[in-house]
Design a protein around this ligand. Structure first.
Ligand code: ADP
Ligand code: MG
Length: 267
């Protein structure tokens, strides 16, 4: 089945992980990073992976993105292997550090993957400008990364991840290094972007508030070997505002996540 075919099949899961385990260095000093992970993500869901440092969140994201390979089990992305999905540019990946090239302008950074892919100069330019508009950076095209705040740099890296219009956006603690006020603002913008475009988002965080604010489902993981302790479906409406964080519903979900994290630790 080609990606285009699986695309038209509305029943296809965006991500389907079954009984997946991953052991790093199995022969010398084995590290059991993931154990028996089962996770199905439907197209258009916003799913957060939350858990203590070292529990395998990045590993699981990298497995889905074909940057790491499982030792046993099965992983499908849009109904095909992670490798085929990667080759079809099914996902964009945002790392914790923006990873921008200092000698390229903002526009030049967003264009880069398109240029590498061999798109025409006019197309690279048009797409990069369009993506920068979507993350609210119109007017900053000719700036250099070091002329921008950390939050703006991370928005550039989001624009770059969106350049191929991926249906899946993977984000690994993208706002972890930012101050709380900037983080709030970017959370709000990401929430609005998700509402407008309904891409599937797989988001790694260790902030309970961030996970609850952004997600339609929250996957709580336990310390190594990373297992899924609990999956919490959010009762909050899709459209969210930051002041909802004071609502009883929000506080209840946050409490449920905290309990699951503590439970994962005790096991
Ligand atoms: P998290 O993102 O939840 O903090 P990681 O997925 O980065 O966790 O790591 C899970 C575990 O696997 C950690 O114990 C980490 O030290 C280990 N690990 C990660 N990458 C490698 C690697 N390339 N080789 C060996 N061990 C690794
Ligand atoms: Mg990590």
């Amino acid at each position: 089945m080609t990606v285009a075919e699986s695309d038209s099949n509305s029943g296809t899961l965006a991500v389907d992980v079954r009984k997946a385990s991953l052991i790093y260095n199995p022969h010398e000093a084995p590290v059991h990073a993931l154990s028996d992970i089962d996770l199905a993500i439907r197209p258009g869901e916003f799913v957060s992976l939350i858990g203590p440092s070292g529990c395998g969140k990045t590993t699981l994201l990298r497995v889905i993105a074909d940057l790491e390979h499982i030792t046993s089990g099965e992983v499908l992305v849009n109904g095909v292997s992670p490798q085929d999905a990667r080759l079809a540019r099914a996902y964009g990946y945002v790392f914790q550090a923006p990873g921008l090239f200092p000698w390229r302008t903002v526009l030049g950074n967003v264009k880069l993957p398109l240029q590498i892919h061999g798109r025409s100069a006019a197309e690279c330019d048009a797409i990069a400008r369009e993506q920068l508009t979507r993350v609210g950076l119109t007017g900053f095209e000719s700036k250099y990364p070091w002329q921008l705040s950390g939050g703006m740099q991370q928005r550039v890296s989001i624009a770059r991840a969106l350049s191929f219009e991926p249906r899946i956006l993977m984000m690994d603690e993208p706002f972890g290094a930012l101050d709380e006020i900037t983080r709030d603002r970017l959370n709000e913008q990401l929430q609005q972007l998700w509402q407008r475009e309904r891409r599937t988002v797989v988001f790694v965080t260790h902030s309970i508030a961030e996970a609850v604010y952004l997600s339609s489902r929250i996957v709580v993981m336990s310390p190594r070997p990373g297992r899924i302790v609990k999956v919490i479906a959010s009762p909050l409406p899709d459209e969210r505002t930051l002041d909802m964080r004071d609502s009883a519903a929000f506080v209840n979900v946050a409490h449920e996540v905290r309990e699951a994290l503590a439970h994962g630790h005790d096991e």
